[in-house]
Design a protein around this ligand. Structure first.
Ligand code: C5P
Length: 234
């Protein structure tokens, strides 16, 4: 699995997104980028096509969760956008994940990487017990959801770099770990709680790191991106 840095394009408009990407226009290595709900709902599929046309790989972070047939059909539409990675909630069950894979698979048999969200990092043990009535330890729940995703045929999960090793142990070395919560040594942490540096994420076995503010808010985003790649990919 090729390691890579994914820049989280957490912008609310086409203009902001494209002016940020303009900085990378002269770069030989076009960054892999993540587009989330905010930008997608603001600008629609055309923004995805525009980013692709600039030569970027795209992780479309829409976290689907619905009945299997609906997710299958939605995935078929998204697959046609030519993105490289997509995600859904493992809580939708294995049947939903299998249907999603069917929808994603193109006539030639290829498909984007499909990644599962296990428990959101905003969900605490207490909330999981009181609101979701799940009374097992959170880390066990995360690993169980990861195993279900692997059994359904998904490519990997979103998790903390601190969980990447365990996920590989449980689901196999080839099961992809996509890990946010990355900060440079001595950098601003923001609202992230458990953070690791790109170099540490590499040691811990992450396959892809998702990095937002340390690059998007940097004085020199291209330099910050290059530093990330150097530390993480080598
Ligand atoms: O700016 P920052 O580096 O914290 O951005 C991290 C990105 O990864 C954001 O788009 C955030 O929504 C996403 N993410 C996360 N933690 C998760 C899942 C996704 O930070 N557990």
């Amino acid at each position: 699995m090729g390691k890579d840095v994914i820049i989280a394009l957490d912008f609310d408009s086409r203009e902001r997104t494209l002016s940020f990407l303009d900085r990378f226009a002269a770069e030989e290595r076009k960054p892999f980028v993540k587009t989330g709900m905010e930008l997608y709902y603001a600008e629609g599929p055309s923004i995805v096509r525009e980013i692709r046309a600039r030569g970027h790989k795209i992780f479309l972070d829409l976290k689907l969760h619905d009945i299997p047939n609906t997710v299958k059909k939605a995935m078929a539409v998204l697959s046609g956008l030519g993105v490289d990675m997509l995600n859904l909630h493992a809580a939708g069950t294995k049947a939903m994940m299998e249907a999603a894979l069917e929808g994603l698979t193109r006539p030639d048999g290829t498909r984007p990487l499909l990644i599962a969200v296990t428990q959101l990092t905003s969900t605490s043990q207490e909330r999981m017990e009181s609101d979701l009535l799940i009374e097992k330890p959170l880390d066990q729940v995360v690993m169980h959801y990861a195993r279900c995703a692997a059994e359904a045929g998904l490519a990997g999960v979103v998790c903390s770099p601190l969980e990447a090793g365990k996920v590989h142990e449980v689901c196999g070395a080839g099961f992809v770990t996509v890990t946010p919560g990355v900060r440079f040594a001595g950098g601003e942490v923001g609202d992230q709680v458990r953070v690791t540096t790109p170099a540490r994420a590499r040691e811990l076995g992450s396959d892809y790191i998702v990095v937002g503010r340390p690059i998007t808010q940097a004085e020199d985003p291209v330099a910050a991106y290059r530093r990330c790649v150097e530390e993480f990919v080598g």
